[in-house]
Write a protein that binds this ligand. Structure first.
Ligand code: NAD
Length: 379
C-alpha cells in the first residue's frame, strides 16, 4: 500500500528474523483491516551485514535509517562473529545507528500482563497491574565523558578514569521527553540522580526542576536518589509512572524494572532523537532481548517483545494510539487465553499439567498466528 510513513526493517541475526516474520503478519493485517500502510524498506544489520557486505551496517543502510520515520530492529550478534575485533562486531551496527541518529532518549516500559503476574520474581500483589516507563539518557554521561581510559602513574600503579559529564541541554531534552510522555500517561515524573554526592546530580535536579517550572507544571514531578529508587522499585513499584534518569543509573534501573515483569521475551523498547522542524523524531524500536543463539532456528522464540516494540512505534512515531492499544490488547488476550512460548513456562512443565492449567505451549509462528486471529476477533 502506498504510504507516506517510511519504515526501515532491520531483522539482524539469530531470532531477530524469526520474530520479525511474525510482526510482518501484523503489519500486513494493519494494512488490510485498518488502512495503516507503510512504505517499507529492509536491510541487513549485524552479522548478517558482515556476511553480505563485510561491515555491520553499510553506509546505504545508515542513510535509509536517517531518512526513515522509524526503524524496526530485530537483534544482532552470535558466536559466529564473537572473535572479530571490537570495531567489526555485529553490535557496532546498532551502536552506529544510535549514534548517527542521535537517539538520546531510551524508553523502556515495564508492564505486567495479568496472565503473567506469577512469572515475576516479586509477589503478585506487588506487581499486578504494574505499568511504568523508564526513560534513560542514552548518548551522554559516564559511558562517553572525557577524559577516560587506563594509564600507568609515575609510581607504577595503574589507574582508570571514567568521567560523568552532563550539560544543560542534554538534561533538558531528555527530561522534556519524560514530561511529554507523562502527559499521555498518568502525568507523573520521577527524576532520579545522586544529587547528594555528585555534581552532575545537582545540575540534573536543578535543570529538571527549572524545565518543569517553565513548561510542565501540569505534570507532577518528584526527585529520588538513584539508590533509593532501586529500593523502591522492588518495594512498591506501582507508585511510579514515568522515571527519567541518566545513562548509568538508567542502565541499571531499567534492567531491574524489566525483571519485575518476568521474561526477556516480553520487553520492548524505543530510542528517540530530537524533534525536527516538523516535530518528527528519529526513532528506533527494538526488543530488549538479544539474538538468543541458544534457541535460534528452533522456531520457539517469543515474538511478543518485537510485537510490542511495533506497538510502541505506532504510538510514538505515528501517533496511532488506537492501533497500538489494539495490538497490546491482542497480546494481553492471547496470554489470557493460555498461549505460552517456552520462555513463559516453568522449566520442564509437561503437556498434561499445562492443559490442566489451561495453558498451551506454542512456537513462534503459532503465537504470531494467534495474535492475528485475536486482532480479527477484536475488530
Ligand atoms: P539474549 O537476550 O540473546 O538471551 C538471553 C536468554 O534469554 C537466552 O537463554 C535466550 O534464549 C532467552 N531469550 C531471549 N530472547 C528470547 C525470546 N524472544 N524468546 C525466548 N527466549 C528468549 O542475550 P545473550 O544470550 O546474552 O546474548 C546473545 C547474543 O545477543 C550476543 O551476541 C549478544 O551480544 C547479543 N545481544 C544483542 C542485543 C541487541 O541486538 N540489541 C542485545 C543483547 C544481546
Amino acid at each position: 500500500m502506498a504510504s507516506n510513513r517510511k519504515l526501515l526493517v532491520l531483522p539482524g541475526d539469530g531470532i531477530g528474523p524469526e520474530v520479525m516474520n511474525e510482526v510482518r503478519k501484523i503489519v500486513a493485517w494493519m494494512g488490510r483491516k485498518r488502512a495503516v500502510g507503510f512504505d517499507i524498506s529492509e536491510d541487513a544489520v549485524g552479522g548478517d551485514a558482515l556476511d553480505r557486505h563485510g561491515v555491520p551496517l553499510t553506509d546505504a543502510a545508515m542513510a535509509k535509517a536517517l531518512e526513515a520515520d522509524a526503524v524496526l530492529f530485530g537483534s544482532v550478534g552470535g558466536p559466529k562473529w564473537d572473535t572479530l575485533p571490537f570495531d567489526k562486531k555485529p553490535e557496532r551496527g546498532l551502536l552506529r545507528l544510535r549514534k548517527e541518529m542521535d537517539l538520546f532518549a531510551n524508553l523502556r516500559p515495564a508492564k505486567v500482563f495479568d496472565a503473567l503476574v506469577d512469572a515475576s520474581s516479586l509477589k503478585p500483589e506487588i506487581v499486578k497491574g504494574l505499568d511504568i516507563l523508564i526513560i534513560r539518557e542514552l548518548t551522554g554521561g559516564v559511558y562517553f565523558g572525557e577524559p577516560r581510559g587506563v594509564s600507568t602513574r609515575p609510581d607504577g600503579q595503574r589507574e582508570a578514569i571514567d568521567t560523568q559529564r552532563y550539560s544543560t541541554s542534554e538534561i533538558r531534552r531528555v527530561c522534556a521527553v519524560a514530561f511529554e510522555l507523562a502527559r499521555k500517561r498518568n502525568n507523573k515524573v520521577c527524576s532520579s540522580e545522586k544529587a547528594n554526592v555528585m555534581h552532575t546530580g545537582v545540575l540534573w535536579r536543578e535543570e529538571a526542576t527549572k524545565l518543569h517550572k517553565e513548561s510542565y507544571t501540569d505534570v507532577q514531578l518528584n526527585h529520588m536518589y538513584a539508590d533509593a529508587l532501586a529500593m523502591q522499585l522492588v518495594r512498591w513499584p506501582a507508585q511510579f509512572d514515568v522515571i527519567v534518569t541518566d545513562n548509568l543509573f538508567g542502565d541499571i534501573l531499567s534492567d531491574e524494572a524489566s525483571m519485575l515483569t518476568g521474561s526477556l521475551g516480553m520487553l520492548p523498547s524505543a530510542s528517540l532523537g530530537a524533534p525536527d522542524a516538523t516535530g518528527r523524531r528519529k526513532a528506533l524500536y527494538e526488543p530488549i532481548h538479544g539474538s538468543a543463539p541458544d534457541i535460534a532456528g528452533k522456531g520457539i522464540a517469543n515474538p511478543l517483545a518485537e510485537t510490542l516494540s511495533y506497538a510502541m512505534m505506532l504510538r510514538y512515531s505515528f501517533d496511532l494510539g488506537g492501533e497500538a492499544d489494539l495490538v497490546e490488547k491482542a497480546v494481553e488476550n492471547v496470554l489470557a487465553a493460555g498461549y505460552r512460548t517456552a520462555d513463559l513456562l516453568p522449566m520442564g512443565s509437561d503437556a498434561a499439567k499445562l492443559t490442566a492449567q489451561g495453558l498451551r505451549k506454542v512456537g513462534t509462528q503459532e503465537m504470531g498466528d494467534a495474535l492475528v486471529k485475536e486482532l480479527d476477533r477484536l475488530v
